[in-house]
Ligand binder design. Structure first.
Ligand code: GKR
Ligand code: MG
Length: 413
């Protein structure tokens, strides 16, 4: 079965003002949707991070797979790398362009064989995949700017421990999450420790994690680790760099997790040498697709490194792919991250195939990813993208428009 065409559609969808260590989410998040057409009319879907550079790389990658057999994914990845290597030096960026194509190939293969993508990964080891409630400090609204009115959302302002607990309570009520992650690096570290402590007091049975995206020095990270030892499941990217993570790890029994210091194969050896990472977050968008991510999990299993999953603002094609992948990984030791609750109102997939039951997403059972594109929504989100004039994610630039003195330099504390 030949790939005869690949349609890449950049889209923009609503995102609340979620705070992180480098600024605040803009009113629109950017993604790309891939529709990969086979010669028999079958169409496979994929989703990737968006923006001008990402879209251009994806279009170039799509060109490289045109004419190839949809089952020849090893050769297709090679073709993408060969085509991009002269202009795209980072392997993560080349694999980032390949990843949504691999997902679309697997979706198309599954549709051809009338089997779920999970079956193409060896079949499920669980029927549903646990996700964690992803908590964020946030503003109550996107402030009025450029003559545009303020945009409020139903989640309100969250800037203190009580607000974090209230947000968690609502997330749990709506989705049934059985573990929680707080995006940190926003408030001074002792306030964030107070927030995770308040979460622990409110939900003593739930595993907790905090991720300040390297906003803390080694010393501050050690201090936080001492404060949370005993009740935190893991501490994610407390500080920057493999050596720094290693220094923190030596001082605490709390496992350190990362999606920042290990993001390609070259990082693995130094991470092991520094004993810097006890939990690795898979991300098929970064690591070149579902099959390579599954391979990474096997490697973690061999080395007794825990496995979780990273997320960024995303829609249902990605959620479906993440679910199929996680369902096929025996060594999934923590609930996966997902931003989906923040972005679900603008989903491009038809409702029905994806749902949360007690914090877990049942693996879609239809052929391929098991989700169908809503073409009306896709067209609308594409028009929103075009009208936005946006070409990249810029949390810092957006924050500086509201607070010109904002300094994104890390570590901050
Ligand atoms: O959405 O602000 C955010 C997160 O900080 C995201 O950009 C991170 O990539 O969730 C991610 C993480 O775990 O580091
Ligand atoms: Mg992280």
């Amino acid at each position: 079965m030949k790939i005869v065409d690949v349609v890449v559609t950049p889209i923009a969808f609503r995102d609340p003002p979620l705070l992180n260590a480098t600024g605040v989410h803009e009113p629109l998040a950017l993604r790309c949707v891939v529709q990969l057409h086979l010669d028999d009319g079958t169409i496979g879907l994929g989703e990737s991070p968006g923006g001008r550079a990402e879209t251009d790389r994806l279009i170039a990658a799509a060109e490289a797979v045109r004419g190839l057999d949809v089952f020849a994914t090893n050769a297709a990845r090679q073709a993408v790398h060969d085509a991009l290597r002269p202009t795209v030096p980072r392997i993560e960026d080349r694999d980032g362009a390949w990843a949504p194509l691999e997902v679309a190939c697997l979706d198309a293969q599954g549709r051809l064989m009338e089997r779920p993508v999970c079956d193409l990964l060896g079949g499920p080891v669980r029927d549903s995949v646990p996700f964690s409630g992803y908590l964020f400090y946030k503003w109550s609204e996107h402030p009025a700017l450029d003559g545009r009115p303020a945009i409020a959302d139903e989640w309100g302002e969250v800037l203190d421990p009580d607000g974090v607990v209230a947000q968690a309570r609502r997330m749990i009520e709506l989705y049934g999450f059985r573990s929680l992650k707080l995006k940190g690096g926003v408030r001074p570290p002792d306030e964030e420790v107070a927030a995770v402590r308040a979460l622990h007091d409110a939900f003593p049975q739930l595993p907790l994690r905090i991720d300040p995206n390297a906003a803390w020095t080694v010393e501050t990270s050690r201090h936080v680790a001492r404060e949370v030892e005993g009740f935190l499941a893991y501490l994610e990217d407390p500080t920057g760099g493999i050596a720094g993570m290693g220094e923190v790890a030596r001082a605490t029994a709390v496992p350190l997790a990362t999606n920042m210091v290990v993001s390609n194969l070259e990082h693995i050896r130094p991470a092991l040498e520094h004993s810097a990472v006890q939990v690795l977050l898979l991300d098929h968008h970064l690591w070149g697709g579902l099959r390579r991510s599954r391979g990474l999990a096997l490697f973690c299993e061999a080395l007794s490194i825990g496995v979780s999953m990273h997320s960024n603002s995303h829609l249902g094609i990605s959620l479906a792919a993440m679910t199929h992948l996680a369902a096929s990984v025996p060594h999934l030791t923590y609930a996966c991250d997902t931003h989906y609750p923040w972005n679900a109102p603008d989903d491009v997939v038809r409702s029905g195939a994806l749902r949360f039951v007690d914090g877990s997403v049942p693996v879609p059972t239809g052929p391929g990813l098991g989700v169908e594109l809503d073409h009306e929504v896709l067209d609308r989100l594409h028009r929103v993208y075009l009208a936005s004039g946006r070409d990249r994610r810029d949390d810092t630039g957006y924050m500086r428009r509201i607070d010109p003195a904002y300094d994104p330099a890390l570590p901050r504390w």
